[in-house]
Design a protein around this ligand. Structure first.
Ligand code: CTP
Length: 422
């Protein structure tokens, strides 16, 4: 669910341009409808070569608006844009982006964008050459400078045998982004040129080849941070433990690890190149002191199976902070920890978080309250962001993407503050 600004359903215009990814718009329309939105589809003439009007009408439950010359007495080319709460264009071709940048109104979709006062989210899909063409680069910059959210495309297989940036992101990623933009989250390029290292998911500590000690982390918050950082222009590396199946954030490099020690090595090998390090992973504090080379058997290995001796894992966050303090790492990385806390009869969760921030020595700590059914595996999150100067800001219940934006806003503010002459 997204935040509703009004009691009535949101009016969302889904613009569809003529690219092969037009079929994915069907899934986007379905997701929006399932969330209770009122969807009007405005396809370009070429989009209708890929998906028929009847499909869009059936999925949206509304008449499809195709031409400025329909419903002329209702002044449709102005009304649709004026009434929209959000305009989401997916896919957007290089041609449509150029027409929007030029302020054209040569079809219903371009005219709708031209009159809109609502947030506009443009999701490009095109061949890599077109995406990198200087004309497209300039047009995308123009759109962004006007406050339009232009998503970074996904990387991967394109229509032919070629591969690179230009793919339409997953429908879920698009809808999450559109909802965040609707809620006022900034997708400006504030992290352009920055390198961001993020740990995500839970570690697994092997008992033998088939059993492990693990936790319930889904990796969703770490991936949402990576997605948000990538959309803000950062070069992102994710050190990923075990996660549920999640789409790759735009252009992010993913290093898969399993155990805390593998995660430790992967982080330490890359920490010196990072400007911002965010440790969102749920790292197992302990691991079995021995790992069976083959499957342990009841009876034969009764002793090892019934009593697992645990030894402590290295603390990745505290070690990274310590390496920065000793000058082994450059001074620049801002380091952000996460804390999953439950309060108890004597101590509220926030007090445990304050103590953890001090103990770990990181610059910022995002604390969320956990418990059965809270945060782990969920798509929403809430909590507090604490900084090492004693500041606390509350993060209201929101999508993990919006929470990610709040964490990045805090990290960006912290970086700016640290750069101020004292
Ligand atoms: N963390 C880490 N390495 C570990 C344990 C935790 O880097 N071995 C990081 C987590 O990624 C998170 C932060 O430290 O950013 C806090 O994790 P948490 O499990 O809450 O901390 P612990 O030190 O294990 O505290 P607790 O005693 O509450 O479990």
């Amino acid at each position: 669910m997204h935040e509703q600004k009004e009691a009535r359903p949101r009016r969302i215009v889904v613009g569809v341009a003529g690219g092969i990814a037009a079929y994915k718009a069907c899934h986007i329309i379905r997701l929006l409808r399932e969330a209770g939105d009122n969807v009007t589809v405005v396809p370009t003439r070429s989009a209708l070569n890929f998906v028929g009007e009847a499909t869009f009408a059936a999925l949206s439950g509304n008449k499809v608006a195709t031409s400025v010359f329909e419903d002329v007495e209702g002044v449709q080319h102005v009304r649709i844009g004026q009434e929209a709460d959000l305009i989401l264009i997916a896919p957007a071709t290089a041609d449509l982006i150029a027409r929007i940048a030029a302020g054209r109104a040569d079809d219903l979709l371009a005219a709708t964008v031209l009159v809109a006062t609502s947030p506009v989210v443009v999701v490009p899909a095109m061949h890599t050459e077109m995406w990198f063409n200087k004309a497209t680069v300039a047009n995308v910059e123009t759109l962004r400078s006007r406050g339009i959210t232009v998503m970074e495309p996904a990387h991967g297989r394109l229509t032919g045998s070629d591969s690179g940036p230009g793919r339409l992101p997953d429908p879920e990623q698009i809808v999450d982004t559109a909802n965040a933009a609707y809620e006022g989250v900034s997708f400006g390029q504030s992290l352009a040129g920055r390198r961001v290292l993020i740990t995500a998911g839970g570690t697994q500590e092997n008992i033998d080849p088939v059993r492990f000690v693990g936790n319930r982390s889904s990796g969703r918050q770490g991936y949402a941070l990576a997605e948000m950082a990538a959309q803000r222009g950062a070069e992102v590396t994710i050190i990923a433990g075990n996660t549920v199946s999640l789409p790759t954030p735009a252009g992010a490099e993913i290093i898969d690890v399993l155990s805390a020690r593998e995660m430790f090595d992967a982080v330490q090998a890359r920490a010196d190149r990072a400007d911002l390090i965010i440790m969102a992973a749920a790292v197992a504090d302990f691991r079995p002191d021995t790992t069976g080379a083959s499957k342990l058997k009841k009876g034969r290995d009764q002793e090892s199976l019934s009593t697992i001796q645990l030894v402590e894992n290295p603390d990745i966050l505290a070690t990274t902070v310590a390496r920065r303090a000793t000058g082994e790492l450059p001074a620049q990385p801002v380091i952000v920890g996460f804390a999953a806390e439950t309060g108890d009869a004597e101590t509220p969760a926030l007090d445990y978080a304050r103590a953890k921030l001090a103990r770990k020595g990181c610059d910022l700590l995002m604390c969320n309250e956990v418990g059965v059914g809270k945060v782990f595996g969920e798509t929403r999150n809430r909590g507090w962001i604490l900084d090492s100067a004693g500041g606390v800001r509350e993060v209201a219940d929101a999508s993990k993407l919006k929470v990610a934006a709040a964490v990045l806003d805090a990290a960006e503010a912290f970086t700016e503050q640290a750069a101020q002459p004292r």
